[in-house]
Design a protein around this ligand. Sequence first.
Ligand code: NAG
Ligand code: NAG
Ligand code: NAG
Ligand code: NAG
Length: 377
Amino acid sequence: MIFKHFHVGLVANLLGVVSCQNTYGNTAATATATATGATYTNPILNAGGADPWVIRYQDRYYMTYTTNDNITLLRSRTLTDWNTAESKAILVPPPGMNYSTDLWAPELHSISGKWYVIFTADPHFDQPPPETDMYCQFGCPAVNHRMYVLESSGPDPWNSTYAVKAQLNTYDQFAIDGTYFQHSTGLYHIYSCWYRAYDGWPANLCITKMSDPWTVSSNFSQRQILSVPSNPWEKTPYGRPFNDRLSSNEGPQQLTNPKTGQQFVIYSAARSDNRNYCLGQLELVGDDPMNVQDWRKNNDGCVFYQNALEGAYGVGHASFTTSPDGSEDWIVYHGMRDPTNGWGARTIRAQKFTWNQDGTPKFPRPGYGPYAVPSGQ
Ligand SMILES: *[C@@H]1O[C@H](CO)[C@@H](O)[C@H](O)[C@H]1NC(C)=O
Ligand SMILES: *[C@@H]1O[C@H](CO)[C@@H](O)[C@H](O)[C@H]1NC(C)=O
Ligand SMILES: *[C@@H]1O[C@H](CO)[C@@H](O)[C@H](O)[C@H]1NC(C)=O
Ligand SMILES: *[C@@H]1O[C@H](CO)[C@@H](O)[C@H](O)[C@H]1NC(C)=O
């Protein structure tokens, strides 16, 4: 099977957020200019927002992010200002379905000529009854969350309608933040998983093979665990010595070095509601994504992390795209200015990144700018 993507020189992309009032401590991105020297500031959407995903297609950027009640798609001609972006809900789930509530981390992928939205959801605000809760070690956060897929009606991401295609098989276990990993050997589902049905923590990264964008072909014994939050910086609080409560690997994203072809999975580590949330890195160094030995984890530390000097905390859940002219690589992520009040403080940001000599991504320090607008904007 051939997996065709519409990328401009890069595989997976991601981005920003919604529109609204200026309540998040920043003026709107002021630069819509095309003149040399134009700048923008973070956040790129003046509203709360988390888990941004951006892809560039033809002459526009498309973004989706967690809106909990539905799946909302935005489109914009600029990557760095979403305040006036067009926006529409592509799924408003009816009550009573297994995907009716807590819709998280949607992503829009182009595979074999159609668009697939892969997202997390649960049946009813995930409040486990006592006879489920009693099995969990430290509580049962997200015990009923599973992965779902929408399929577009046609080849255009904006004027298509989207219908629920399937639940992805995660063996009736916790599954969040699922993404597609496209490789010459086929298509894979990489997602945040537990070892067993009632673990609660740690949240690991699992991989399964797919026969198409809505069908997992691996059985449970073939599911592989690619990464567990084993390093001090992947635990919460930092270095937690006693157990794995709050220790997470989640938000995996494929990132391809456009020059060398090196394949990475950039994921989020630690805990999304506080300052230590950061990005970690896996590299596929062999030929088989289902072979755990073919992956190399960067155990040295986060590759993108808080910047106290600029008041940028809890940075993570990234996606990747390019500048309009395709010459620059950009990361879109969420972060907090106030690290003390949890999830509500997250906003969506974007920055340029480059590459190290060894072909690994060289992410910037997170901040607010002003920064130069993307090349070609
Ligand atoms: C989608 O969800 C967001 C956030 O809850 C809400 O503001 C928006 O009105 C919803 N859109 C639709 C069409 O229901
Ligand atoms: C909803 O989820 C439950 C529990 O996993 C499952 O037994 C049931 O078949 C699902 N319903 C549908 C319509 O898929
Ligand atoms: C959808 O958009 C495509 C361009 O991407 C266009 O060719 C097609 O005519 C549009 N279809 C409708 C129904 O608007
Ligand atoms: C999973 O699939 C493999 C390969 O087809 C097979 O050998 C194995 O028995 C299966 N395991 C289970 C539990 O079904």
